[in-house]
Design a protein around this ligand. Sequence first.
Ligand code: NAD
Ligand code: UGA
Length: 367
Amino acid sequence: AAWEKQVRHSSTPRRVNGFSVLVTGAAGFIGSHCSLALKKRGDGVLGLDNFNDYYDPSLKRARQNLLSKHQIFIVEGDLNDGPLLTKLFDVVPFSHVLHLAAQAGVRYAMQNPQSYVKSNIAGFVNLLEVAKAVNPQPAIVWASSSSVYGLNTENPFSEHDRTDRPASLYAATKKAGEEIAHTYNHIYGLSLTGLRFFTVYGPWGRPDMAYFFFTKDILQGKPIDIYRTQDQKAVARDFTYIDDVVKGCLGALDTAEKSTGSGGKKKGPAQLRVYNLGNTSPVPVGRLVSILEGLLNTKAKKHVITLPRNGDVPYTHANVTLAYKDFGYKPTTDLAAGLRKFVKWYVSYFGIESKRSKETQHFDESS
Ligand code: NAD
Ligand code: UGA
């Protein structure tokens, strides 16, 4: 295969000192940022991504181009391709896997439930089946989600809080991932660390997320929906800036125990860990919109509507004490500062569209 030639002829993904990390979902939002950060600090990185069209794949290709400028190669393939995964581990003896590939998005689970089962359950099991069999086993850090807290009302959410009321199929598959991880840790001694990310945003972000399409719609003068709960309270999220999340991912990799590779013969001491990676400061969606209005210097056409039963939870709020204690995780970017960086990127990436909308704005003002 073309990738094999590429990988064999470069020393990039292999390291004698430092980690060699397989990053799944490397053409994705969080995966591309983490790949760059790992590479910059001297670790070896190889990506895997299927470049699916859940959102515009041209954005994934643009991230791939950025990564390739830093000599990071992404193998095009699916998590469910067992022979491919086995081959990857044959060619590169990965010390770590940062598993971020998944079907993300909460509301889309109502339209395409099977895609969540395929990537988040079957694909995850496939990866673990391959990882358990390699020797030595890699330490695995994988993406869970704040959505596992579901309809929780504890405030803020701590890792030991109940997670038995997922509000969406997405959340249910992420919760299933945590149970599956427990099993592979218990039987095969795989070292597994789950990270519950809280609504991550920033440059190179996901077009299916609210902050991203709100920016687009505000610039294009299109109306946006702002959800309120059934009892007319503001819906809020613990929006977390990408650079903080990247630091958390690297910290989790750095502190991951090596696997025991017990192969089922004895119960391994390798840990199963789960951490919240949030911002510890929930913000109502209305406030997100007013920050964007200020940054874009444009008024939004706001429709405040009662939250439909679409899988969304009313509220998220992370307690990150555990991640702080174990690897010094401390979010440092507030929503206004992070959105400023996002908008700067957005305008430079979609230059023409924003110019066009400025013209429209000018027209509106003068007419
Ligand atoms: P993303 O969609 O940008 O990235 C995921 C990448 O995985 C995509 O590039 C996609 O093409 C790839 N992929 C999907 N299914 C695959 C498969 N079967 N085989 C190979 N590649 C596949 O999403 P993201 O925001 O970067 O999220 C990364 C991870 O973090 C996901 O697991 C997501 O569920 C989780 N997460 C994200 C957020 C957030 O707010 N962004 C919050 C909580 C959890
Ligand atoms: C995000 C990601 O999309 C999920 O992949 C991830 O797992 C999840 O975070 C998480 O933290 O676990 P979500 O919080 O729903 O999910 O992010 P957005 O889709 O960007 O929505 C943000 C907020 O805007 C939510 O409160 C949502 O209810 C609200 N919203 C969304 C609106 O008010 N109007 C809309 O039209 C869309």
